[in-house]
Design a protein around this ligand. Structure first.
Ligand SMILES: Cc1ncc(C[n+]2csc(CCOP(=O)(O)OP(=O)(O)O)c2C)c(N)n1
Length: 557
């Protein structure tokens, strides 16, 4: 029985559990202890991390994996500030989450309260909505709004600050403070039937149509929907979620075919830098566009960017709903498949032949492609494989040569560091999955202490570290832009023993200097059922550039 069954904090946790949000990713602090207390009675689970950024990254991964907003619960002031950076990764990856932060009490604001800070203002630029609860009575509605906004339209992060007195105050009529089920859902923005017909007509008439989506459809559920759409409309569907855009090595040589398209349907995808703003030579001058977007302002911006004369039609609609309507509308029509569709599929699958046999030039190191082959074998053999990839040049190699039906990457934010929290969240969300996180050594350091979290909460995953003793992506910039005599500041401790850090925290560690030892080490790491680190010494290499003429080692980008 709760000691204080009708506090604001109790309203909050009951509103969360009502919508099935039983999992909190959190780091404790004065301002949020009433929520911890209330969570005990409501049966919510708290995964307690070592840095607030990790909690937000975990909520992000949860959102991508489940489709429902992940919940991060941070303390006020500095705890809140520590979580902000991770919101950007979620925002541009279109990942739904709610970041709840403790906050100085309303009745002390403006008088120098402990950790008083303009928290909602801080989070506003990296969220879809950012606001502060004003009373215990309306806290349930605030939670419903936060979840509704996070999951609607283009999904993304929402921030809600929780003043301490709002959490502590007791409400008189708790039942009347609970939001209704409907309050957690926004009305769907459907594409009108006539517009769906017109889109399909344009696709049918085009010689080389291409449908492009953004990161919100990168999940395995999104892949399923994309496959259905491609099949129904008989047009290739491409999902872009890398800051390298049309040069994303995970998309093979897709840039070649994008340049040839005569119709591009932008389905929740912005014609931003990743698509070179839709201009030549990335996209042909003759190419025409259809723009479908849940956000009227972004839709207008897309039309302006592309040029009004190149846009055949546009519609404000939710992406998933629009795809469903398109699939249903197409039912009675018969579209013929063509060689264009196959050429797009082939372009995306293309990798240089030399990649199959590439090996390290220096003894004592392993080539990224050798790691790729060994990791891929583990992924292929697993019942439910999840691939997490992050980092600079090594992260690019990982994305280019490893794949799994469920893949989590740091995405268009280009912000390194989320891999370890992502892998932990994957292990929470899918306890029987085989989770492999492939990341650079610089990136490993961001959330290294989270191995403690993973051990305490029994979250097995294998971190495969490409250890080149360097922040290599920046080192490569120095080499190619300023010259080999002008490299500075990007070295890391040579061959640092990250596997021993993980062992010290109670996990499993392996150190690898020869490709031949890698398969057995990976196998031991997976079978340990512990959070594990396979620390692989690699040579410094620029990220791969996939082109039909590329050498095995890739090249500068
Ligand atoms: C949060 C953040 N800080 C800095 C950067 C700039 N950055 C991009 S890649 C990179 C180097 C990453 O090093 P590592 O993880 O070791 O991978 P490597 O490039 O060595 O393969 C840096 C510093 C970034 N993208 N994100």
């Amino acid at each position: 029985m709760a000691a204080h069954p009708h506090r604001g904090a109790d309203i909050l946790v009951h509103a969360l559990s009502r919508v099935g949000a039983w999992q909190l990713f959190s780091l404790s602090g004065n301002q949020i202890m009433p929520v911890y207390d209330a969570a005990l009675d409501a049966g919510l689970t708290i995964t307690h991390v070592r840095h607030e950024g990790a909690a937000v990254h975990m909520a992000d991964a949860w959102g991508r994996l489940t489709g429902e907003p992940g919940i991060a619960l941070l303390t006020g002031g500095p705890g809140h500030a520590n979580g902000i950076g991770a919101l950007y990764t979620a925002l541009v990856s279109e990942s739904p989450l709610v970041m709840l932060s403790g906050h100085a009490p309303l009745n002390q604001l403006g008088r120098g309260a402990f950790q008083e800070m303009a928290q909602a203002d801080m989070a506003a630029p990296v969220t879809k909505a950012s606001f502060t609860a004003r009373s215990s009575e309306t806290l349930g509605d605030d939670i419903a709004r936060a979840i509704r906004v996070a999951r609607s339209g283009r999904p993304g992060p929402v921030h809600l600050s929780l003043p301490f007195d709002v959490l502590e105050n007791v409400v008189k009529e708790p039942l009347q403070c609970m939001p209704a089920d409907d309050d957690f859902y926004a009305a769907e923005q459907a594409i009108p039937d006539a517009a769906a017909e017109a889109v399909l007509d344009y696709i049918q008439k085009a010689q080389r149509p291409l449908i492009i989506t953004g990161p919100m459809l990168a999940s395995s559920r999104g892949q399923n929907l994309r496959d259905q759409l491609a099949h129904a409309a008989c047009a290739p569907v491409l999902c872009m979620e890398s800051p390298r855009g049309i040069n994303d090595p995970a998309l093979g040589v897709v840039g070649d075919v994008i340049a040839e398209a005569d119709l591009v349907v932008m389905l929740g995808k912005q014609p931003d830098y990743t698509l070179r703003f839709g201009q030549t030579p990335a996209v042909s001058k003759e190419c025409r566009f259809i723009v479908i977007d849940p956000d009227i302002n972004l839709l207008r911006r897309s039309i302006t960017t592309l040029g009004r004369e190149r846009v055949l039609m546009s519609s404000v609609a939710d992406v998933r709903s629009a795809i469903q309507t398109l699939i249903e509308t197409v039912k009675n029509k018969c579209f013929k498949s063509n060689t264009w569709n196959q050429s797009v599929v082939d372009a995306m699958a293309y990798r240089p032949d030399a990649w199959k046999t590439a090996s390290a030039a220096q003894t004592g190191t392993v080539h990224a492609l050798e790691i790729g082959r060994a990791v891929q074998k583990i992924l292929d053999d697993a019942d439910d494989p999840i691939l997490v990839a992050d980092g600079g040049e090594f992260g690019q190699w990982a994305q280019a040569c490893m794949h799994a039906p469920t893949r989590l990457i740091n995405g268009p934010a280009g912000s390194i560091g989320s891999a370890i929290p992502f892998a932990m969240a994957a292990s929470v969300a899918r306890p029987n999955a085989t989770v492999l996180a492939v990341l650079g050594d610089g990136t490993f350091g961001f959330h290294m202490a989270e191995f403690d979290t993973a051990v305490r909460h029994h979250l097995p995953f294998v971190a495969v570290v490409g250890n080149d003793s360097c922040w290599n992506a920046e080192y490569q910039i120095q080499l190619r832009t300023y010259g080999k005599d002008r490299t500075v500041g990007c070295e890391l401790q040579p061959g640092a023993a990250y596997e021993k850090v993980v062992e010290a925290l109670g996990g499993h560690g392996e150190r690898i200097t020869r490709a031949a030892d890698l398969p057995a080490a990976l196998d031991r790491a997976v079978k340990s059922k512990l959070p594990a680190c396979v620390n692989v010494m690699i040579e410094r290499m620029p990220a791969p550039t996939v082109s039909r003429n590329a050498a095995a080692s890739g090249g500068a980008h």
